[in-house]
Design a protein around this ligand. Sequence first.
Ligand code: F6P
Ligand code: MG
Length: 439
Amino acid sequence: IQTPFGVPLSGIYKRFAYITIKDRLPVILTKIIDTLSRNKENIADKYGELATEEVKQITGFISRLKSEIATNKTLKPLRLLADDKDNDAEEWNKYLLKRTEIEGETPTWFNTVWLHCECYMYRVLAQELALMKHMKNYDPFEQQKQSAFTNSLTSIEALCNYTMNLIHRAENLSIVETKEELLKFFKINLWGNKCDLSLTAGAEVGQSSNPIEVLKSLDKNILVNNSDFVWNLLRKRNSNADIVDMIFDNAGYELFTDLCLAVFLLASKLAGKIRFYVKRYPWFVSDTTINDFYWTLEYMKNSPNEDLQELAKLSSNYLKNNIWTIEEEPYWTGPYDFAEMKEQNPVLYAKLSEAKLAIFKGDLNYRKLLGDINWEYTTQFTQALRGFQPTNVLSLRTVKSDVCVGLSTGVAEELFKKDENWMFTGEYGLIQTTLAGTC
Ligand code: F6P
Ligand code: MG
């Protein structure tokens, strides 16, 4: 069935949601079982002998979850922790009731909205781990995220060298050069989003080309590029504390491009402070948690590569002086989309509005910005945000799911003619902002 325009994506329409629930999520779960079984001994070393029993329990849970997905069972309320204060499980359970009301029956994997069941899968897994005594801090995707970084070292080192050279002469760059470099960093950052491990169901992805050299050849794949508007905003500094918020997506190569963009924004005085928002739980395989962030800096610090060492040092200084902060907000792993933030988490909404610009990285954040609705492709970005505008919003996203707005008339149709799966490949990208107003 064709997804009608104006409704949220769901497994009942045989597009990417269906493929994901049927094929991709089970593969991701199977990979976790494999990782657990391969690492039994390491887990026992790290978390104690008693963790072996927990490995069995969590493996059993994942197997059951897989079969519930395959047989389109209902989503179950999360089991609560004894001390649930610092945990949003009840919020998730409330949301399940809300969806039950909307859908007229308890949501099932294929019938409920895709955004809900896919996020639920990661959340219920995190909850089952949190219920463990020994393995509560276990991240099933940690190794994959770390190899995603180390497998991309060739590109990382090339980009680091480029960035550090630029940082050293940032003070001497002309306005024109600064703008040119900013636009380049947006593109580098955008294409960094191609490397997410959830799209490949956790199969190794690495970036091995020189990211600067390939940029030009990818320009034709940027469907919307509103960079000029962002430049015009950032070049006008209001105060020393001009804040830019970055809502992170993936660890590995993408996170590295985020760090490069962030150091460039500061060195070129386009921002005064940057707040990084990480995920609170292991999420969509490769999303950055606070541990991934620190692991990355530590790896850079201990690398033989001098540029990486220098960038690590610079980063540590920024963190020490609160010019960079890491924010662990629960909203990003909660059940709501972003239009619901004003009502569900007014404190976070107000916090984002302190920033001059909020950069939302990646595909999942884009889906949450748009409410995962099958908008007509020519819908204005601002309209699709449905009132979510705590500040100026910039999305840097490669297209990996079937939602997309802000395209000129006829563009989507042409792309469908060329490749009916163009929305699932990550080949196309958007640098899209509310600042463009009419885009
Ligand atoms: O599996 C669904 C999905 O949203 C894909 O569309 C996308 O590949 C992935 O998860 C998340 O991508 P990103 O890391 O860019 O948010
Ligand atoms: Mg991701």
